[in-house]
Design a protein around this ligand. Sequence first.
Ligand code: NAP
Length: 258
Amino acid sequence: MENIASRFNLTGKVAIVTGSSKGIGRSIAQGLAENGAKVVISSRKQEVVDAVAEEFRAAGLEAVGIQCHIGDAEQRRALISKTHEMYGGIDILVNNAAINPYYGPLEGSDEAVFDKIMEVNVKAPWVLSNLVLPYMKGQGGGSIINISSVEGLRPGFGLGLYSATKSALIMLTKNQAKEWGRYGVRANVLCPGLIKTKFSEGLWSDEKLVGGYNKTVPLGRIAAPEEMAGLVMLLASDAGSYMTGGVFLADGGYMVSG
Ligand SMILES: NC(=O)c1ccc[n+]([C@@H]2O[C@H](COP(=O)([O-])OP(=O)(O)OC[C@H]3O[C@@H](n4cnc5c(N)ncnc54)[C@H](OP(=O)(O)O)[C@@H]3O)[C@@H](O)[C@H]2O)c1
């Protein structure tokens, strides 16, 4: 009888997680590494990703740090080629890094901010996915997991540009799934609710806002970054081998509230 639980095992797989020096990305990288993957820790500063990779190795996990500002074309190419040189393959890409440089109404936003947020939140995952595709095709498959947001599904005041990028990422994922299924490449998207990280500090440090969120959301609380990792561990592994084009929530029920 086949051991079904062993399908979660990622031994021998290579995973790149963008924006994995902290927050959700770091938790995802840890979960993948704990299930056996060799993980590439990546964010904007080499010394920061080196420190995280070192912590992982000290815990018995397999990890290296490769700096990559995902808004920089040269660094994007280097991230993929160096990963391949080091590990000889790329099986999992988690497009997690994102920015939100502007909080306010659409009418007050400017074009430079629009260009920057589109470059990092949409163009970078698109390009990085295209860069890993030849390796995944060559291996006969792979798994791409894009990190969007409930903001990509439901508009919130003050987050219009960010929401538009996260919506675009959802549609990008569906198109990746449609075009690349024939190569055995799966693409899925995770939409977190409100998670306690540096990124969302402006939201969770506002007591009134959190009070309102906790009253509305069925689970009655915001989440910790580790609570996002399980879904990615499933989507990355053979346990999720028939899952592609999916939009998955980890939002405490936010999308069924209100
Ligand atoms: N927190 C939430 O409530 C929430 C909700 C829904 C969706 N999300 C999504 O979850 C993802 C992760 O967010 P988070 O909350 O975990 O944020 P976080 O704790 O602030 O971490 C962001 C990570 O991205 C890196 N990063 C930032 N800009 C980068 C760039 N241009 N290039 C490469 N790396 C970059 C940061 O590292 P360095 O600063 O070292 O570069 C860090 O590792 C994002 O896609 C976000 O939109 C978050």
